[in-house]
Design a protein around this ligand. Structure first.
Ligand code: B12
Length: 222
């Protein structure tokens, strides 16, 4: 039996050394040893990709390597997410989520989708590079309670404001809970400035913000 530390550290190392199969094998082993899927994601995959991102930011790693590292993560992430229950009971709330226009980072919203679904929220994941009109169109079509936008780049963060301004222009602002997240989110100040209902740079903080907003704005207890 391998310890949890050995498995999550091994996954992190596999991302940093671009070993896709090794990372996947460790993810499978972790699940077989009953390590929680979210712990494998947060402590293994996320720490690995963040460290690779920091090295990229310092100019130590070139973009193609960052892309390979992201692929290593993606493959194991898909496998782990399949093992998070989908929440097949009647959902208590509905949400659309996507990464804003001009931004192609979508690993984070896959995690949010799976974890929120496991907690009784039906999530429509629109993917990456999503136009403001698409968020609203899907929200109206599916009669959701929450619209969530993700942004990872300083340059695309402002799209989160564009979406909420568009909601206001359509006279729909009060109909929805508007949440923002993603690595570019500077926090409460940005949330207040654009008038969002909550923010998160981590899926569990996101869930807490969502529960609070659902209770306060919609009277829904998850
Ligand atoms: C992986 C990665 C990539 C991959 C993306 C693959 C994919 N399919 O997503 C690739 C290689 C393609 C890539 C490309 C680029 N990247 Co990049 N990338 C990253 C990296 C290393 C990790 C991002 C990630 O997946 N994190 C892990 C996930 C789990 O975290 P997350 O997205 O934040 O999501 C969590 C929370 O934020 C929250 N959450 C997320 N969304 C939401 C939404 C709601 C509503 C809620 C409630 C919560 C929530 O829950 C999630 C789970 O916990 C980051 C570094 C970093 N530290 O973030 C750089 C980083 C974001 N990238 C960066 C850059 C510059 C780029 C490029 C512009 C590079 C280039 N020269 O082309 C391009 C972008 C092109 C574009 N138009 O988008 C910079 C951004 C700098 C900045 N401040 O603007 C970073 C910070 C790297 C760096 N240190 O310089 N990238």
């Amino acid at each position: 039996m391998t310890s949890k530390e050995e498995i999550v550290n091994g996954m992190k190392e596999a991302i940093l050394t671009y070993k896709k199969e090794e990372c996947l094998e460790l993810a499978k082993q972790g699940l077989a040893e009953k390590i929680k899927p979210l712990e494998l994601i947060q402590e293994g995959l996320t720490t690995g990709i963040q460290e690779l991102g920091a090295r990229f930011g310092r100019g130590e790693v070139a973009l193609p390597y960052l892309m390979v590292g992201a692929e290593v993560m993606q493959k194991s992430l898909e496998h782990i997410l399949e093992n998070i229950p989908k929440g097949e009971y009647k959902p208590k709330a509905k949400m659309v989520i996507g990464t804003v226009k001009g931004d192609i980072h979508d690993l984070g919203i896959s995690i949010v989708t799976a974890v929120f679904q496991a907690n009784g929220i039906q999530v429509f994941n629109l993917g990456r590079d999503v136009l403001k009109e698409k968020f609203i169109e899907k929200a109206e079509e599916e009669e959701v309670d929450i619209i969530g936008t993700s942004a990872l780049l300083t340059g695309t963060m402002f799209e989160q404001k564009v979406v909420i301004e568009y909601l206001k222009k359509q006279g729909l602002r009060d109909k929805y809970i508007y949440l923002i997240g993603g690595g570019a989110c500077p926090g409460q100040d940005w949330c207040d400035e654009i008038g969002a209902d909550g923010w998160a740079t981590d899926v569990l903080l996101g869930l807490a913000a969502t529960k609070k907003a659902l209770a306060e704005k919609k009277g829904i207890e998850l």
